[in-house]
Design a protein around this ligand. Sequence first.
Ligand code: PRP
Ligand code: URA
Length: 209
Amino acid sequence: MSRVHVIDHPLIQHKLTMIRDKSTGPKDFRELVNEVALLMAYEVTRDMLLEEVEVETPICTTKGYTVAGKKIGLIPILRAGLGMVDGVLELIPTAKVGHIGVYRDPDTLKPVEYYCKLPGDSEERDFIVIDPMLATGGSASAAIEFIKERGCASIKLMCLLSAPEGIQEVQRAHPDVEIFTAAVDQRLNSHGYIIPGLGDAGDRLFGTK
Ligand code: PRP
Ligand code: URA
């Protein structure tokens, strides 16, 4: 079963509360989501490999470390995943960004894929799939499945809010994928929305409702 990491740093909890607040408008919502994404990325990449190098300081030569190993690929799930990309890119500016379009059918709550464009060197990268909301887990599981079919083997999932149902579904479908989330909420309502959640992430990011 895949591991779940709840990244509940005080700054993240503080910003998450502002994100949840229904009176937070799209501009602040977007900024806060990106800020939390940046802070989370720090933990999501904690296991990056390092290699030893020699560095000359103004005083002497010493041992240092640089990031080595596979390069990073980010894959936001359209559309709400876009809201976290810039924050992660601030920390990892050399990451390549693929996109996967999946929406949740409002009646069946089943995921529908409509777009996929990944970096050409997918086999050589460690991927972070990004979506603010893990509700039923259908969208994330389907996105990860599509990405695996296209040759991506190393995948982590990064979300702002998760429902226990969504975590369970991703763990069932993809036990190899580690999940990083800023909070695990109570449950889903009958429309598949996370309680207490933050409402519809895509609509709040892009002001479409
Ligand atoms: C939201 C969210 C996730 C999905 C989560 O996207 O961004 O992708 O729902 O729900 P699930 O875990 O039950 O699949 P939505 O389908 O609303 O599309 P949007 O990002 O285009 O608004
Ligand atoms: N998608 C959202 O944007 N919000 C939820 O609570 C569930 C799915």
